[in-house]
Design a protein around this ligand. Structure first.
Ligand code: IMP
Length: 176
């Protein structure tokens, strides 16, 4: 087990309230159209499962495996697809659901990758956004919270595989 000191940054209640707000905005945007929602594994699992239930549209749930971190707290600078979605997105509305925008590399990779498959539209959403960590400009249509450039865990986000099951977002006080 990891011995991180974790302090709560965003509470479970704050997350649930914000997720419902974003869900309502996306419901308005999609206007009952069918949408292929892509969950970026593994960090987005909690946000994705709450968000899709807060959107009133026909949603096809898809899962994509990407890795940019190798048991570290800094980006390796390289994004790799480890597993692809099963549905074709050509001519369909796509919603990309990310846990956090840090350097922006992953979101840029995703947008380019999906764009190459000729979707009808791409909408991007990330629960968290660290503006001070951005290395590449990237387009985010919706985000939940702007946070400082510190490592965070919980609600899907991990440190070396741990802490994804915390119901809140916690700031890591010290890394052992
Ligand atoms: P980016 O490509 O640097 O924007 O990083 C995106 C991915 O890095 C996210 O989807 C997360 O999985 C991971 N990541 C970035 N910052 C954190 C953090 O503070 N805690 C846990 N994972 C993070």
């Amino acid at each position: 087990m990891s011995n991180l000191q974790i302090s709560q940054l965003i509470s479970e209640e704050q997350i649930q309230t914000r997720v419902k707000e974003i869900g309502a905005e996306l419901t308005k945007k999609f206007n009952s159209d069918e949408v292929v929602a892509i969950c970026v594994l593994k960090g987005s699992i909690m946000f994705f499962s709450d968000l899709v239930r807060a959107i009133d549209s026909d949603i096809i749930c898809e899962f994509m495996g990407l890795s940019s971190y190798k048991d570290a707290t800094v980006s390796s600078g390289e994004v790799k697809m480890t597993s692809d979605i099963n549905s074709s997105v050509a001519g369909r509305h796509v919603l990309i659901v990310e846990d956090i925008i840090d350097t922006g590399l992953t979101m840029n990779y995703l947008q380019q990758n999906i764009k190459n498959r000729n979707p009808k539209s791409i909408t991007t959403v990330s629960l968290l956004f660290k503006p001070d960590a951005l290395k590449e400009e990237c387009e985010i249509d919706f985000y939940g919270f702007k946070i400082p450039n510190d490592f965070v865990v919980g609600y899907g986000l991990d440190y070396q595989g741990y802490h994804r099951n915390l119901p809140f977002i916690g700031q890591v006080a010290s890394l052992n």
